[in-house]
Each structure stands twice: as structure tokens, then as C-alpha cells.
Design a protein around this ligand. Structure first.
Ligand code: NAG
Ligand code: NAG
Ligand code: NAG
Length: 282
């Protein structure tokens, strides 16, 4: 009996130590709270619950074998949550939370129950950030750096994905298994992206984008898969029109006018004395 209690406590502690961190920026379309299960699904009254411990009521989403049961759902999650239709078949109970805001930050628990006993599957610490990085550059520049930084000494199996947040799932750059993996890279970005060497050690996952054009303007998401954590950072890039040719023309004109004005001023005595000469010899 004592052994059993110790075991349960250890299990409890380790589950909390393994809380997965999910980071996202406010204003994103949605965020995924992962919860995969590998055990047997209870045959009767199987229920999967997503709760947030600091709220009353606690329930964020509840799924029974027959479908969602949102009668007890906390109203701040109304019409913002969904789970895969076939979750009980695929055993993927990940929750999609739409339009995350800062107040959604908190600790979520995914658990499965047979109506009598509950089994916690996953603790998630969700952090919704309200700041995003903005970068401005002018077209014609050699390159621009989209910053993304996290903790140093990342595990070797860390994956980093740079994607466009506004253009569907367009892939800009992927780093996986210790290498660049550009199989899925969109051709718009071919040969134009670069990440730092030694990025796992430094945690500096910034992306260098060469020859930025106005069409590169938009939102970029840096997603870091670190152990089970999913950390995202958003960078908004604004590439301004190249220096327009009419502006160059005006600038040249101003310089020419300035120089000739200066010359006129410098030689004004010459012109004035010329007039005097003309007066003396009509
Ligand atoms: C399932 O729920 C129903 C209704 O609440 C109950 O009558 C039944 O005993 C439950 N079955 C099990 C196996 O707990
Ligand atoms: C989740 O919330 C439901 C409904 O409030 C409650 O019955 C259940 O015990 C909670 N589970 C956990 C793990 O907090
Ligand atoms: C969530 O859990 C973390 C550690 O697991 C803790 O530091 C934090 O205070 C918790 N937040 C809330 C809102 O309970």
C-alpha cells in the first residue's frame, strides 16, 4: 500500500514536471494544445476533458464518445474550441483554441475518464504574448534579419520552422535533425534564406532573408519544437518601396541647382563688373 502511494506521488510529480509549454502571440488565428494518448479508451462513458484549474467553471472543452458536450463549458471559451472529429479513433485529443488572447494564458489539463476514474494525460502551460517584433527595410537592401531567440543549449532534435502567417502554410525555412531541410520550402524563398551556424548552442534562431522585396512584407512565424514544447514568435516584416526614380531625379535637380546657385554667387562680382564695363563703353 505504501509502495503504491509513493508510486502515485512520483507519477504525479513527474507529470507536473513534464508540463508542456506552448507559446503564441495574441491575434493569431488559433493555437493547438497537444494531447496524444496511447492507452486503451474506456469502453463505457469515455470522456475527455480539457480543464483550466484557475477558472470557475474549470471546463474548457468536454468530449464524449457521442460528440462534444459543452453544457458545462466556461463561457469565455464559447465557440472558440474544437477537437478532431475522430479523436476517439485517432486518440489525438489535441485542442484547437481560436483567437487566443492574453487572458487565455494559464495551465490546462487534458484528462480521460470512464465516468468513475479520471486519468490526467497532459499538462500544458499556455503563454499568450501581446508583443510582436516589427522589422522595416527598404527594397534593394542586401538582406534583412528576422529575429527569433530562445534558451541556449537546445536539444539536438529541436526543429525550427519559419512560415508565413498570412499566406496559408507557406514554408520559408526549416531546420531539423541538425540541418537545413528545404524540401518543403516555397520557391519564392529559394536560395534567399539562411540561419546561423551553431544555432542550437546559442538559441539564436534568427533568419537572414536576402534581397527582400515588397512582396516579402507580412507576418512571419518562428516555431520552435523543443522537446514537447511548442514556442512561436511572430515577426512582422515591412519592405518599403525602393527609393523611387522621381525622388532620385528631384535630388539630382536640387544638387544641380545648388551647385549652379553657388557658382553664380561665387562669380557675381565678375558678372557685376561686366555690367560696369558695358556701361563705360556704350
Ligand atoms: C455510464 O453512465 C450511465 C449513466 O450515467 C450509468 O448508468 C452507467 O452505469 C455508466 N457505465 C459505467 C460502466 O460506468
Ligand atoms: C475537470 O472539470 C470537470 C468539470 O468541471 C470535473 O468534473 C473534473 O473533475 C475536472 N478534472 C480535472 C482533472 O480537473
Ligand atoms: C502554471 O504552472 C506553472 C508551473 O508549472 C506555475 O509556475 C504557474 O504559476 C502556473 N500558473 C497558474 C496561472 O496557475
Amino acid at each position: 500500500m505504501k509502495m503504491f502511494v509513493v508510486f502515485v506521488i512520483l507519477l504525479h510529480v513527474s507529470q507536473h514536471a513534464l508540463a508542456v509549454v506552448v507559446e503564441v502571440n495574441e491575434g493569431e488565428r488559433s493555437v493547438l494544445l497537444p494531447c496524444l494518448f496511447s492507452g486503451p479508451i474506456p469502453e463505457d462513458n469515455a470522456t475527455v476533458m480539457w480543464n483550466r484549474s484557475d477558472l470557475h467553471p474549470k471546463s474548457v472543452h468536454l468530449r464524449r464518445a457521442g460528440g462534444d458536450d459543452l453544457r458545462g463549458q466556461n463561457q469565455r471559451y464559447k465557440e472558440r474550441t474544437s477537437m478532431n472529429r475522430y479523436a476517439f479513433i485517432t486518440k489525438d485529443f489535441s485542442l484547437t483554441l481560436r483567437k487566443p488572447t492574453k487572458t487565455d494564458s494559464g495551465n490546462y489539463t487534458c484528462s480521460i475518464s470512464n465516468g468513475r476514474q479520471e486519468r490526467p494525460l497532459r499538462d500544458i502551460q499556455l503563454k499568450v504574448k501581446d508583443q510582436q517584433v516589427e522589422v522595416k527595410v527598404r527594397e534593394g537592401s542586401h538582406s534583412v534579419i528576422l529575429p527569433c531567440k530562445t534558451t541556449p543549449d537546445l536539444p539536438e532534435d529541436t526543429t525550427v520552422e519559419w512560415t508565413r502567417s498570412d499566406l496559408g502554410l507557406m514554408t520559408v525555412h526549416v531546420y531539423a535533425n541538425g540541418n537545413d531541410n528545404l524540401m518543403t520550402q516555397d520557391e519564392v524563398y529559394r536560395d534567399r534564406t539562411k540561419m546561423n551556424e551553431d544555432l542550437l548552442r546559442t538559441g539564436d534562431l534568427s533568419l537572414t532573408l536576402k534581397q527582400p522585396t515588397v512582396r516579402d512584407s507580412g507576418g512571419y512565424i518562428c516555431t520552435i519544437y523543443r522537446d514537447k514544447d511548442i514556442l512561436t514568435q511572430k515577426v512582422v516584416l515591412q519592405v518599403k518601396e525602393p527609393f523611387p526614380s522621381w525622388a532620385k531625379a528631384v535630388l539630382v535637380l536640387l544638387v544641380v541647382l545648388g551647385v549652379s546657385g553657388g557658382l553664380l554667387f561665387y562669380f557675381r562680382h565678375y558678372f557685376m563688373s561686366g555690367e560696369c564695363l558695358l556701361l563705360h563703353y556704350p
